[in-house]
Design a protein around this ligand. Structure first.
Ligand SMILES: *Cc1c(COP(=O)(O)O)cnc(C)c1O
Length: 419
Protein backbone atom coordinates (compact mmCIF):
# COMPACT_ATOMS: atom_id res chain seq x y z
CA UNK A 1 0.00 0.00 0.00
CA UNK A 2 1.23 3.50 -0.76
CA UNK A 3 -0.08 7.04 -0.56
CA UNK A 4 0.34 8.23 -4.14
CA UNK A 5 -3.19 8.63 -5.45
CA UNK A 6 -5.19 10.67 -7.93
CA UNK A 7 -7.72 13.18 -6.64
CA UNK A 8 -9.81 14.69 -9.43
CA UNK A 9 -7.30 13.38 -11.97
CA UNK A 10 -4.37 15.09 -10.28
CA UNK A 11 -1.61 13.04 -8.63
CA UNK A 12 -1.25 13.59 -4.90
CA UNK A 13 1.32 12.41 -2.40
CA UNK A 14 -0.71 12.04 0.80
CA UNK A 15 -2.60 15.37 0.92
CA UNK A 16 -0.25 17.43 -1.21
CA UNK A 17 -0.68 17.89 -4.95
CA UNK A 18 2.38 16.94 -6.98
CA UNK A 19 2.05 19.88 -9.47
CA UNK A 20 2.11 22.28 -6.51
CA UNK A 21 5.48 20.93 -5.36
CA UNK A 22 6.78 20.98 -8.94
CA UNK A 23 5.84 24.66 -9.23
CA UNK A 24 7.84 25.48 -6.13
CA UNK A 25 10.94 23.29 -6.45
CA UNK A 26 11.15 22.86 -10.22
CA UNK A 27 11.83 19.53 -11.90
CA UNK A 28 13.08 16.88 -11.71
CA UNK A 29 12.80 15.82 -8.07
CA UNK A 30 12.36 12.76 -5.88
CA UNK A 31 9.20 12.69 -3.81
CA UNK A 32 8.68 10.42 -0.79
CA UNK A 33 5.64 9.75 1.34
CA UNK A 34 6.41 9.72 5.05
CA UNK A 35 3.20 7.80 5.81
CA UNK A 36 4.13 5.09 3.32
CA UNK A 37 7.66 4.71 4.68
CA UNK A 38 6.36 4.47 8.22
CA UNK A 39 3.64 2.03 7.23
CA UNK A 40 6.05 -0.24 5.35
CA UNK A 41 8.50 -0.28 8.24
CA UNK A 42 5.78 -1.06 10.78
CA UNK A 43 4.25 -3.81 8.67
CA UNK A 44 7.64 -5.49 8.36
CA UNK A 45 8.54 -5.01 12.01
CA UNK A 46 5.23 -6.21 13.44
CA UNK A 47 5.26 -9.27 11.17
CA UNK A 48 8.10 -10.54 13.37
CA UNK A 49 6.62 -9.37 16.67
CA UNK A 50 6.53 -12.88 18.14
CA UNK A 51 10.30 -13.45 17.85
CA UNK A 52 13.25 -11.37 19.07
CA UNK A 53 14.43 -9.37 16.09
CA UNK A 54 15.99 -6.15 14.81
CA UNK A 55 14.95 -4.58 11.51
CA UNK A 56 18.12 -3.03 10.11
CA UNK A 57 17.14 -0.90 7.12
CA UNK A 58 19.67 -1.26 4.27
CA UNK A 59 21.09 2.26 4.02
CA UNK A 60 22.21 1.82 0.43
CA UNK A 61 18.60 1.60 -0.74
CA UNK A 62 17.90 5.15 0.41
CA UNK A 63 20.56 6.99 2.38
CA UNK A 64 18.87 10.30 3.13
CA UNK A 65 19.32 11.09 6.83
CA UNK A 66 15.71 12.26 7.24
CA UNK A 67 14.49 8.93 5.91
CA UNK A 68 16.86 6.95 8.10
CA UNK A 69 15.57 8.95 11.05
CA UNK A 70 12.05 7.62 10.47
CA UNK A 71 13.22 4.05 11.10
CA UNK A 72 15.53 5.02 13.95
CA UNK A 73 12.55 6.63 15.71
CA UNK A 74 10.69 3.33 15.31
CA UNK A 75 13.49 1.46 17.07
CA UNK A 76 15.05 0.12 13.89
CA UNK A 77 18.74 -0.48 13.27
CA UNK A 78 20.70 -0.12 10.05
CA UNK A 79 22.67 -2.31 7.69
CA UNK A 80 25.51 -0.49 6.02
CA UNK A 81 28.34 -1.09 3.60
CA UNK A 82 30.76 1.84 3.96
CA UNK A 83 32.21 4.40 6.32
CA UNK A 84 30.14 7.04 4.54
CA UNK A 85 26.96 5.14 5.32
CA UNK A 86 28.08 4.78 8.94
CA UNK A 87 28.54 8.56 9.12
CA UNK A 88 25.04 9.07 7.74
CA UNK A 89 23.52 6.52 10.11
CA UNK A 90 25.07 8.26 13.11
CA UNK A 91 23.83 11.65 11.88
CA UNK A 92 20.38 10.10 11.67
CA UNK A 93 20.73 9.02 15.30
CA UNK A 94 21.13 5.27 14.80
CA UNK A 95 21.89 3.20 17.90
CA UNK A 96 25.38 1.66 17.42
CA UNK A 97 24.11 -1.47 19.17
CA UNK A 98 21.78 -2.01 16.22
CA UNK A 99 24.25 -1.44 13.39
CA UNK A 100 25.49 -4.27 11.19
CA UNK A 101 28.26 -3.67 8.69
CA UNK A 102 28.29 -5.78 5.50
CA UNK A 103 30.31 -5.57 2.28
CA UNK A 104 33.25 -7.40 0.70
CA UNK A 105 35.71 -4.51 0.74
CA UNK A 106 35.92 -2.85 4.15
CA UNK A 107 38.98 -0.61 4.47
CA UNK A 108 41.01 -0.37 7.68
CA UNK A 109 39.95 3.21 8.36
CA UNK A 110 36.31 2.16 7.94
CA UNK A 111 36.80 -0.79 10.27
CA UNK A 112 38.42 1.50 12.86
CA UNK A 113 35.54 3.97 12.62
CA UNK A 114 32.99 1.20 13.23
CA UNK A 115 35.04 -0.33 16.05
CA UNK A 116 35.29 2.99 17.86
CA UNK A 117 31.56 3.54 17.54
CA UNK A 118 30.93 0.05 18.94
CA UNK A 119 28.62 -1.40 16.31
CA UNK A 120 26.72 -4.63 16.95
CA UNK A 121 28.66 -6.68 14.42
CA UNK A 122 30.61 -6.88 11.21
CA UNK A 123 29.31 -9.34 8.66
CA UNK A 124 32.69 -10.65 7.58
CA UNK A 125 33.04 -11.73 3.97
CA UNK A 126 36.49 -13.36 3.80
CA UNK A 127 39.20 -15.09 5.86
CA UNK A 128 41.53 -12.15 5.35
CA UNK A 129 38.94 -9.66 6.54
CA UNK A 130 38.61 -11.72 9.73
CA UNK A 131 42.34 -11.30 10.40
CA UNK A 132 42.23 -7.59 9.59
CA UNK A 133 39.32 -6.90 11.94
CA UNK A 134 41.04 -8.85 14.72
CA UNK A 135 44.28 -6.92 14.20
CA UNK A 136 42.53 -3.54 14.19
CA UNK A 137 40.53 -4.44 17.30
CA UNK A 138 43.74 -5.48 19.05
CA UNK A 139 45.39 -2.15 18.24
CA UNK A 140 42.36 -0.33 19.63
CA UNK A 141 42.25 -2.62 22.65
CA UNK A 142 38.68 -3.79 22.10
CA UNK A 143 36.74 -6.82 20.92
CA UNK A 144 34.89 -6.73 17.63
CA UNK A 145 31.48 -8.31 17.31
CA UNK A 146 31.42 -10.43 14.18
CA UNK A 147 29.34 -12.80 12.17
CA UNK A 148 30.38 -14.52 8.98
CA UNK A 149 28.44 -13.76 5.87
CA UNK A 150 28.05 -17.16 4.30
CA UNK A 151 27.20 -17.84 0.72
CA UNK A 152 24.52 -20.54 0.89
CA UNK A 153 24.60 -21.19 -2.87
CA UNK A 154 20.88 -20.76 -3.48
CA UNK A 155 19.42 -19.24 -6.59
CA UNK A 156 17.21 -16.26 -5.73
CA UNK A 157 15.77 -16.36 -9.28
CA UNK A 158 16.14 -12.64 -9.75
CA UNK A 159 18.09 -10.44 -12.18
CA UNK A 160 21.70 -11.75 -12.43
CA UNK A 161 23.15 -8.38 -11.40
CA UNK A 162 21.27 -8.45 -8.11
CA UNK A 163 21.74 -12.10 -7.21
CA UNK A 164 24.38 -12.46 -4.51
CA UNK A 165 24.03 -15.87 -2.90
CA UNK A 166 25.40 -18.13 -5.63
CA UNK A 167 28.86 -19.69 -5.64
CA UNK A 168 29.80 -17.58 -8.67
CA UNK A 169 28.97 -14.30 -6.85
CA UNK A 170 31.68 -12.38 -5.01
CA UNK A 171 29.74 -12.21 -1.76
CA UNK A 172 30.24 -14.13 1.45
CA UNK A 173 32.23 -17.19 2.40
CA UNK A 174 31.32 -20.55 0.95
CA UNK A 175 29.13 -22.20 3.56
CA UNK A 176 31.29 -25.34 3.83
CA UNK A 177 34.47 -23.30 4.17
CA UNK A 178 32.81 -21.11 6.79
CA UNK A 179 33.14 -23.83 9.44
CA UNK A 180 36.92 -23.53 9.21
CA UNK A 181 36.68 -19.76 9.29
CA UNK A 182 34.56 -19.89 12.45
CA UNK A 183 37.07 -22.24 14.10
CA UNK A 184 39.82 -19.80 13.20
CA UNK A 185 37.77 -16.84 14.48
CA UNK A 186 37.27 -18.64 17.78
CA UNK A 187 41.05 -18.57 18.32
CA UNK A 188 41.37 -14.83 17.68
CA UNK A 189 41.32 -12.99 20.98
CA UNK A 190 39.85 -9.71 19.80
CA UNK A 191 36.84 -11.18 18.09
CA UNK A 192 33.49 -11.85 19.71
CA UNK A 193 31.60 -14.30 17.52
CA UNK A 194 27.98 -13.23 17.59
CA UNK A 195 26.23 -14.36 14.49
CA UNK A 196 25.87 -15.82 11.09
CA UNK A 197 24.49 -13.91 8.14
CA UNK A 198 23.50 -14.25 4.52
CA UNK A 199 21.92 -12.09 1.85
CA UNK A 200 20.92 -14.03 -1.24
CA UNK A 201 19.97 -11.21 -3.57
CA UNK A 202 17.46 -8.49 -4.22
CA UNK A 203 13.96 -8.22 -5.67
CA UNK A 204 13.31 -11.85 -4.71
CA UNK A 205 9.66 -12.63 -5.42
CA UNK A 206 9.39 -16.17 -4.02
CA UNK A 207 9.63 -17.58 -0.52
CA UNK A 208 11.52 -20.76 -1.36
CA UNK A 209 15.00 -19.24 -1.85
CA UNK A 210 14.78 -17.59 1.59
CA UNK A 211 13.65 -20.81 3.22
CA UNK A 212 16.37 -22.84 1.46
CA UNK A 213 19.01 -20.40 2.68
CA UNK A 214 17.58 -20.46 6.19
CA UNK A 215 17.76 -24.27 6.20
CA UNK A 216 21.45 -24.16 5.34
CA UNK A 217 22.16 -21.54 7.97
CA UNK A 218 20.32 -23.56 10.58
CA UNK A 219 22.46 -26.61 9.87
CA UNK A 220 25.60 -24.51 10.21
CA UNK A 221 24.39 -22.90 13.41
CA UNK A 222 23.70 -26.28 15.03
CA UNK A 223 27.13 -27.56 14.05
CA UNK A 224 28.77 -24.48 15.46
CA UNK A 225 26.87 -24.80 18.70
CA UNK A 226 27.97 -28.43 18.82
CA UNK A 227 31.53 -27.17 18.77
CA UNK A 228 30.89 -24.67 21.53
CA UNK A 229 30.66 -21.64 19.24
CA UNK A 230 27.57 -19.82 20.45
CA UNK A 231 25.65 -18.07 17.72
CA UNK A 232 23.22 -15.51 19.09
CA UNK A 233 22.23 -13.56 15.99
CA UNK A 234 20.84 -14.93 12.76
CA UNK A 235 20.98 -12.28 10.05
CA UNK A 236 18.86 -13.23 7.06
CA UNK A 237 19.71 -10.15 5.01
CA UNK A 238 17.24 -8.29 2.82
CA UNK A 239 15.97 -8.99 -0.64
CA UNK A 240 12.20 -9.22 -0.38
CA UNK A 241 10.81 -7.98 -3.70
CA UNK A 242 8.11 -5.46 -4.53
CA UNK A 243 5.61 -4.87 -7.32
CA UNK A 244 7.07 -2.68 -10.04
CA UNK A 245 4.82 -4.04 -12.76
CA UNK A 246 3.12 -7.43 -12.53
CA UNK A 247 5.26 -9.15 -9.88
CA UNK A 248 3.44 -10.78 -6.98
CA UNK A 249 6.04 -11.05 -4.21
CA UNK A 250 5.10 -12.57 -0.85
CA UNK A 251 3.74 -10.06 1.63
CA UNK A 252 5.94 -9.30 4.64
CA UNK A 253 3.44 -11.22 6.80
CA UNK A 254 3.79 -14.33 4.61
CA UNK A 255 7.57 -13.97 4.55
CA UNK A 256 7.62 -13.68 8.34
CA UNK A 257 5.28 -16.65 8.85
CA UNK A 258 7.43 -18.89 6.67
CA UNK A 259 10.65 -17.84 8.39
CA UNK A 260 9.25 -18.16 11.90
CA UNK A 261 7.83 -21.60 11.12
CA UNK A 262 11.09 -22.80 9.59
CA UNK A 263 13.22 -21.64 12.50
CA UNK A 264 11.59 -23.00 15.63
CA UNK A 265 13.83 -23.56 18.65
CA UNK A 266 16.81 -21.76 17.21
CA UNK A 267 17.00 -19.43 20.20
CA UNK A 268 18.43 -16.53 18.23
CA UNK A 269 17.72 -12.88 17.72
CA UNK A 270 16.85 -12.39 14.08
CA UNK A 271 18.27 -9.55 12.05
CA UNK A 272 16.66 -8.45 8.79
CA UNK A 273 18.11 -5.98 6.33
CA UNK A 274 15.19 -4.88 4.15
CA UNK A 275 15.72 -1.99 1.77
CA UNK A 276 13.57 -2.09 -1.32
CA UNK A 277 10.46 -3.48 0.37
CA UNK A 278 10.40 -0.51 2.76
CA UNK A 279 11.39 2.35 0.46
CA UNK A 280 10.75 1.25 -3.14
CA UNK A 281 7.09 2.08 -3.46
CA UNK A 282 7.29 4.98 -1.01
CA UNK A 283 8.94 7.29 -3.54
CA UNK A 284 8.55 8.54 -7.10
CA UNK A 285 10.61 10.58 -9.51
CA UNK A 286 8.82 13.59 -10.97
CA UNK A 287 10.11 14.84 -14.30
CA UNK A 288 8.92 17.21 -17.01
CA UNK A 289 8.55 16.45 -20.70
CA UNK A 290 10.85 18.67 -22.74
CA UNK A 291 10.27 17.45 -26.28
CA UNK A 292 8.62 14.67 -28.20
CA UNK A 293 9.97 13.40 -31.47
CA UNK A 294 9.84 10.54 -33.91
CA UNK A 295 12.50 8.76 -35.92
CA UNK A 296 11.20 6.43 -38.61
CA UNK A 297 8.21 5.21 -36.70
CA UNK A 298 9.95 5.20 -33.34
CA UNK A 299 8.69 7.71 -30.83
CA UNK A 300 10.70 9.39 -28.11
CA UNK A 301 9.58 11.40 -25.14
CA UNK A 302 12.53 13.48 -23.97
CA UNK A 303 12.29 14.36 -20.27
CA UNK A 304 14.44 16.41 -17.92
CA UNK A 305 15.49 13.42 -15.75
CA UNK A 306 18.14 11.03 -16.99
CA UNK A 307 20.06 7.89 -16.13
CA UNK A 308 22.23 9.93 -13.76
CA UNK A 309 19.08 10.59 -11.69
CA UNK A 310 17.56 7.10 -11.97
CA UNK A 311 20.03 4.46 -13.10
CA UNK A 312 18.01 1.28 -12.67
CA UNK A 313 16.48 1.08 -16.16
CA UNK A 314 19.89 1.51 -17.81
CA UNK A 315 21.77 -0.69 -15.35
CA UNK A 316 19.35 -3.59 -14.96
CA UNK A 317 16.73 -2.98 -17.63
CA UNK A 318 14.34 -2.38 -14.75
CA UNK A 319 10.70 -1.51 -15.24
CA UNK A 320 9.26 1.62 -13.65
CA UNK A 321 5.65 2.54 -14.31
CA UNK A 322 5.24 5.84 -16.17
CA UNK A 323 2.18 7.92 -15.34
CA UNK A 324 0.97 11.39 -16.23
CA UNK A 325 0.71 13.65 -13.18
CA UNK A 326 -2.49 15.16 -14.62
CA UNK A 327 -4.81 12.50 -15.96
CA UNK A 328 -7.02 13.29 -18.93
CA UNK A 329 -8.51 11.58 -21.95
CA UNK A 330 -5.53 10.69 -24.08
CA UNK A 331 -4.53 8.53 -26.96
CA UNK A 332 -2.04 5.77 -26.32
CA UNK A 333 1.29 5.28 -28.02
CA UNK A 334 4.39 3.14 -27.83
CA UNK A 335 7.47 5.18 -27.03
CA UNK A 336 10.82 5.37 -25.30
CA UNK A 337 11.15 7.81 -22.41
CA UNK A 338 14.68 9.17 -22.63
CA UNK A 339 16.78 11.69 -20.73
CA UNK A 340 19.20 14.43 -21.77
CA UNK A 341 22.37 12.38 -21.17
CA UNK A 342 24.68 11.71 -24.09
CA UNK A 343 24.37 7.91 -23.94
CA UNK A 344 22.08 5.59 -25.85
CA UNK A 345 21.52 3.73 -22.58
CA UNK A 346 19.89 6.84 -21.13
CA UNK A 347 16.29 5.78 -20.89
CA UNK A 348 13.64 5.50 -18.19
CA UNK A 349 11.33 3.27 -20.26
CA UNK A 350 11.72 1.48 -23.56
CA UNK A 351 9.11 0.46 -26.11
CA UNK A 352 6.48 1.29 -23.53
CA UNK A 353 2.77 1.53 -24.19
CA UNK A 354 1.65 4.70 -22.46
CA UNK A 355 -0.48 7.76 -22.87
CA UNK A 356 0.59 10.50 -25.24
CA UNK A 357 2.53 13.24 -23.46
CA UNK A 358 2.85 16.84 -24.60
CA UNK A 359 5.92 19.05 -24.03
CA UNK A 360 5.75 20.82 -20.67
CA UNK A 361 3.71 18.09 -18.97
CA UNK A 362 4.71 16.44 -15.72
CA UNK A 363 5.45 12.73 -15.65
CA UNK A 364 5.65 10.46 -12.60
CA UNK A 365 8.16 7.60 -12.67
CA UNK A 366 6.80 5.24 -10.04
CA UNK A 367 8.50 2.92 -7.52
CA UNK A 368 11.63 5.04 -7.37
CA UNK A 369 12.09 5.27 -3.59
CA UNK A 370 14.81 2.60 -3.39
CA UNK A 371 18.07 2.64 -5.39
CA UNK A 372 16.91 5.89 -6.97
CA UNK A 373 18.59 8.93 -5.50
CA UNK A 374 21.18 6.76 -3.72
CA UNK A 375 22.51 5.55 -7.09
CA UNK A 376 22.41 8.96 -8.74
CA UNK A 377 25.51 10.74 -10.01
CA UNK A 378 26.68 14.01 -11.51
CA UNK A 379 27.41 12.50 -14.93
CA UNK A 380 27.21 15.12 -17.69
CA UNK A 381 27.73 17.65 -14.88
CA UNK A 382 24.12 17.52 -13.89
CA UNK A 383 23.52 18.79 -10.36
CA UNK A 384 21.81 16.11 -8.29
CA UNK A 385 18.11 16.71 -7.86
CA UNK A 386 16.24 17.53 -4.65
CA UNK A 387 14.51 15.06 -2.39
CA UNK A 388 11.15 16.08 -0.99
CA UNK A 389 9.22 14.33 1.75
CA UNK A 390 5.50 14.79 2.28
CA UNK A 391 3.86 14.25 5.64
CA UNK A 392 0.08 14.68 5.65
CA UNK A 393 -0.61 18.11 4.12
CA UNK A 394 2.94 19.48 4.39
CA UNK A 395 6.10 18.94 2.43
CA UNK A 396 9.73 19.27 3.38
CA UNK A 397 12.91 19.61 1.32
CA UNK A 398 15.07 16.85 2.82
CA UNK A 399 17.87 17.46 0.33
CA UNK A 400 18.35 20.64 -1.68
CA UNK A 401 18.92 20.69 -5.40
CA UNK A 402 22.66 20.90 -6.03
CA UNK A 403 24.10 24.04 -7.58
CA UNK A 404 26.81 24.44 -10.20
CA UNK A 405 29.13 25.42 -7.36
CA UNK A 406 28.43 22.07 -5.72
CA UNK A 407 29.51 20.42 -8.96
CA UNK A 408 33.07 21.72 -8.77
CA UNK A 409 33.45 21.70 -4.98
CA UNK A 410 36.90 20.35 -4.15
CA UNK A 411 38.32 20.80 -7.64
CA UNK A 412 41.48 22.82 -8.06
CA UNK A 413 43.40 24.07 -11.07
CA UNK A 414 47.16 23.78 -10.32
CA UNK A 415 49.01 27.06 -10.16
CA UNK A 416 51.23 26.32 -13.18
CA UNK A 417 48.09 26.57 -15.32
CA UNK A 418 47.36 30.13 -14.30
CA UNK A 419 46.29 32.36 -17.13
C1 LIG B 1 21.53 -4.62 -0.78
C2 LIG B 1 21.56 -5.34 0.48
C3 LIG B 1 20.43 -5.40 1.30
C4 LIG B 1 19.10 -4.82 0.91
O1 LIG B 1 18.53 -5.48 -0.17
P1 LIG B 1 16.99 -5.18 -0.59
O2 LIG B 1 16.80 -6.02 -1.77
O3 LIG B 1 16.91 -3.73 -0.90
O4 LIG B 1 16.13 -5.55 0.54
C5 LIG B 1 20.53 -6.06 2.52
N1 LIG B 1 21.71 -6.62 2.91
C6 LIG B 1 22.82 -6.57 2.15
C7 LIG B 1 24.07 -7.21 2.65
C8 LIG B 1 22.80 -5.95 0.91
O5 LIG B 1 23.88 -5.92 0.17
Amino acid sequence: MNYFNYQDDKLFCEEVSVPKIAREVGTPFYLYSHRTLLHHFRVFDTAFAEVPHIVCFAVKANSNTAILRIFVREGGGVDLVSGGELYRALKAGADPGKIVYSGVGKREDEIDFALKIGILMFNVESDQELETINARAEILGIRAGIGLRVNPDVDPETHPHISTGLKKNKFGINIEASLMAYRRAATLKNLDIKGVSCHIGSQVTKLSPFIDALGRLKELLLRLRGEGIAIRYLDLGGGLGITYNQETPPRPSEYARAIIDASRNMACTFIFEPGRVIAGNAGILVTRVLYTKGNEGKRFVVVDAGMNDLLRPSLYGSFHRIQPVIRQEREEMIADVVGPICESADFLARGRKMSVFEPGELMAVMSAGAYGFSMSSNYNSRPRIPEIMVRDDRWYVIRKRESCEDLIRGEEIPEFMNI
